[in-house]
Design a protein around this ligand. Structure first.
Ligand code: SF4
Length: 441
């Protein structure tokens, strides 16, 4: 068995027992000053790799400047260009960034072009020492791939494997693979299938793990922790990103607790399942308990949990503990007591105050148990990435919002201050007309 170690700038990914943590800027990359400042802040809070939105040639130039400014400060944190919908931009970015993230679902309009342009990208990456993340997303597998393999965890793994084979054909091994989904069941299944395929094939490439669009607050942390832990406990995964609809700085302590929990000997954790937690913060408790119990609930090895927790010596109260258990059960898709939310973390494409709007949407839709509601930052990737949402609030930019039923935009260009009302109106109208009814969970 060959285990590939991938170099991303001065960081190596793929060493046994080591988990690298990363995050992504939510500033527009063309705003060089803001992105530079955010990179510095994220680096100081422990980000080992930072990704930035790279929509076009302008952002590639900004990325070069940001990289230079950071280097002047003595910060050589690896920078990753996040590229969608343009192999030309990927080619340009590969000369500047330490790693380029591409999405097989939107890299090129047809498979023949994708092959040719991926080969060209590999040539540039070899020349510049740049690595590539083959970033498959459940919500944006692309038409070609969905038709060929199905929009399923198996399909996601097949797509990734096809691109691994292409990279091998082009004699390039500096690739990292991700198979993200907002549903931890879909995500964990996809990674497990791909991991087994790589084992059978004899070459293990590093896996970048993430539960995408996990939302915010306690739910977002729990959903992320349990999804990541389900894989990390079995030694699957070399780098993680916790995506929260919050300032990216908030992702890092969460990712750090998870990474530290599983670094070294991952299999130890499962055999020492704790009943009582003694932690320094509530956040530490929920993440560690989600890491311990989440995988067992998700894999149906356990049906419920009963634990105690002490934060700096004080016991966590009954109500708070019940809320934690409810969130954990829902994150593991075992018991639904509130609506399920899909919310992107926001990035340089976001054109409105996503964090604030998401909070408002949660408040106003909290009664809609059994519904899956998405809040997405942009119209470019949002509709594709919101996967199996029943309804979606998608930012169009300039104070305008589109309201979706599934994949269909029902209302376009709704002024932002009326958009939550419109979303609720559509949901209620659909329920009355029996167009869409909530599932049982
Ligand atoms: S949906 Fe749009 S705004 Fe949200 S993270 Fe993805 S690209 Fe960024």
């Amino acid at each position: 068995m060959r285990k590939v170690v991938v170099k991303v700038g001065n960081v190596e990914i793929g060493h046994d027992g080591e988990i690298i943590i990363q995050t992504m800027c939510n500033t527009p990359t063309a705003d060089i000053e803001a992105t530079y400042k955010q990179c510095k802040s994220l680096y100081s809070k422990g980000a080992q790799i930072i990704r930035v939105t790279t929509q076009g040639p302008k952002e590639v130039k900004s990325l070069q400047q940001i990289k230079d400014m950071l280097l002047k400060d003595g910060i050589s944190v690896p920078l990753v260009a996040d590229v969608h919908f343009s192999y030309n931009v990927a080619h340009l970015a590969a000369k500047v960034a330490h790693k380029v993230r591409i999405n097989p679902g939107n890299f090129a309009k047809d498979h023949k072009t994708a092959r040719k342009e991926f080969s060209n990208l590999v040539t540039i990456c070899k020349e510049h020492g740049t690595s590539i993340r083959i970033g498959v997303n459940h919500g944006s597998l692309g038409e070609h791939n969905t038709q060929k393999y199905g929009n399923t965890p198996e399909g996601m793994a097949e797509v990734a494997f096809e691109w691994i084979k292409m990279a091998q054909e082009f004699d390039f091994d500096q690739i990292i693979i991700s198979l993200k989904a907002s549903n931890p069941l879909v995500m964990t299944k996809a990674y497990r299938i791909l991991y087994d395929k790589m084992l059978d094939d004899g070459i293990l490439y590093p896996l970048h793990l993430g539960v995408t669009e996990a939302g915010n607050g306690e739910e977002g942390r729990i959903k992320s922790a349990l999804g990541l832990a389900t894989l990390l406990k079995d030694g699957i995964g070399s780098t993680i990103r916790v995506s929260l609809t919050e300032p990216p700085e908030n992702e890092l302590p969460v990712a750090r607790i998870i990474a530290d929990y599983f670094s070294g000997n991952p299999k130890m954790v499962k055999s020492n399942l704790p009943k009582d937690y003694f932690c320094n913060s509530y956040q530490e408790f929920i993440i560690k308990a989600a890491c311990d119990y989440g995988p067992l609930l998700l894999d149906k090895e356990l049906d419920d949990i009963s634990i105690k927790a002490y934060i700096n010596g004080a016991e966590v109260g009954k109500e708070q503990m019940e809320r934690f258990v409810d969130n954990l059960m829902q994150g593991a898709r075992r018991r639904f007591t509130k609506p399920e939310y899909i919310a992107c973390p926001g990035c340089g494409r976001t054109l409105y105050n996503l964090e604030e709007v998401f909070k408002q949407v949660k408040e106003r839709t909290s009664h809609l148990v059994g519904y899956n509601i998405a809040v997405m930052g942009c119209i470019v990737n949002g509709p594709g990435e919101m996967a199996d949402a029943d309804y979606g609030y998608v930012g169009e930019g300039k104070g305008k919002v589109s309201i979706y039923r599934g994949k269909t935009p029902v209302y376009r260009s709704v002024p932002q201050d009326e958009a939550i009302d419109k979303l609720l109106e559509l949901i209620e109208q659909d329920a009355r007309n029996r167009v869409f009814l909530p599932r049982n969970g």
